[in-house]
Design a protein around this ligand. Structure first.
Ligand code: FES
Ligand SMILES: [Fe+2]
Length: 354
């Protein structure tokens, strides 16, 4: 029996055991989550503490006090330093120990440093580079709509007990719209084109949509599916490693920003934007008013987005459980985009060039 190339690819590589390529910027928190006190996060088995100094600048350190290995995120921020909860040792934003409250005159501070990570605050999120600092790249994945006055944002946090590959496969497979039934703005997707590169997969679907942001009749169709009149819209989804972005026509744009925690746990931030570009009269108004409208409408799709996420997470976690129960079980996959996603994950995780 001859085996297809796809078959031999999957039989030799277990994608659910793939790691991450650390030489990318990952999203580890929303800006609004990092306030005056430290927070602990996990990025691919690494425990990291985030805190702000007196200038509001975010720092990221290994979340482990070198004295007794407890989490520094239990501590507190004192000025520009992070103070451990247990005995009060203090660390600066580079991870250097700069004070021990009970140090005797003949004793010296430990010269050992805890690891610090490159971190930046951009487009509403905290981005962290966990990889080799010698190859640190510019964080080129931008979310320009975050500040743009014509876009209304909603953020839904995804926490799922599953390998990140299950989530990105869900996001790239528009045929799973079946799960969401009447909740989604699109229907009848057909995959038309697939482009694969070393660091991204772009899938181009043709879909149908009933929604037009500037048409009042769209509102009634939202609540009464029987009234829906469909029109064709391009639906494009891209895995821009390690994140995801999608557009439906010109009214909607969605990002999913990944923070894989471990082989079986993933956090991600789904950021949904509704465009106000079609309301040209709005653009003539004063900037402060437009900003007021943007801020006021922040989160207006929350209920819908959270509901969609709940449905997806249920499926993704069941897939993970089925895999854990029987890792040898092969899925029967028909969507070409999934094979592309899996190839990309493997290439990135192993730095292989296929
Ligand atoms: S464990 Fe942190 S100061 Fe002792
Ligand atoms: Fe979904």
């Amino acid at each position: 029996m001859t085996s297809s190339p796809e078959r031999s690819f999957f039989s030799t590589r277990d994608i659910r055991q793939a790691g991450i390529n650390p030489n990318y910027w990952y999203v580890v928190a929303q800006s609004s989550e990092v306030k005056t006190q430290p927070i602990g996060i996990t990025l691919w088995e690494r425990r990291i503490v985030l805190f702000r100094d007196t200038q509001g600048k975010v720092a990221a350190l290994e979340d482990c006090c070198p004295h007794r290995q407890v989490k520094l995120s239990h501590g507190r921020v004192q000025g520009d330093r992070l103070e451990c909860a247990y005995h009060g040792w203090c660390f600066d934003s580079t991870g250097r120990c700069i004070d021990v409250p009970y140090l005797e005159k003949n004793q010296k501070l430990s010269s050992s440093k805890i690891r610090s990570y490159p971190v930046r605050e951009q487009d509403g999120f905290i981005w962290l580079f966990p990889g080799d600092q010698a190859v640190e790249k510019v964080a080129d994945f931008r979310i320009s709509e975050w500040e743009h006055l014509n876009y209304i944002a909603t953020v839904s946090v995804i926490d799922c007990n599953a390998h990140y590959s299950y989530l990105i496969e869900n996001l790239m497979d528009m045929y799973h719209g079946h799960l969401h039934q009447d909740w989604q703005a699109w229907a009848d997707p057909v995959l038309q084109n697939l482009n694969e590169k070393r660091d991204r997969v772009d899938a181009f679907y043709q879909a149908q949509s009933y929604y037009k942001i500037d048409k009042i009749w769209s509102i009634s169709q939202l609540f009464f599916p029987a009234l829906r009149r469909l029109h064709p819209e391009p639906l494009n989804v891209s895995y821009v490693y390690p994140h995801w972005v999608s557009t439906l026509g010109s009214d909607f744009k969605i990002y999913c920003l990944f923070c894989p925690r471990s082989l079986t746990s993933t956090r991600a931030y789904l950021v949904h934007f509704t465009s106000l570009n079609a309301f040209w009269r709005l653009h003539k108004l004063h900037v402060p008013f437009r900003r007021f409208v943007k801020n006021r409408l922040f989160g207006s799709a929350q209920k819908l987005l959270d509901g969609l996420v709940r449905q997806d997470v249920l499926m993704i976690e069941e897939e993970q459980q089925a895999y854990l129960n029987n890792p040898q079980q092969h899925n029967h996959e028909l969507n070409r985009a999934i094979a592309g996603v899996q190839r990309l994950i493997w290439v990135q995780a192993t730095e292989e060039i296929e």
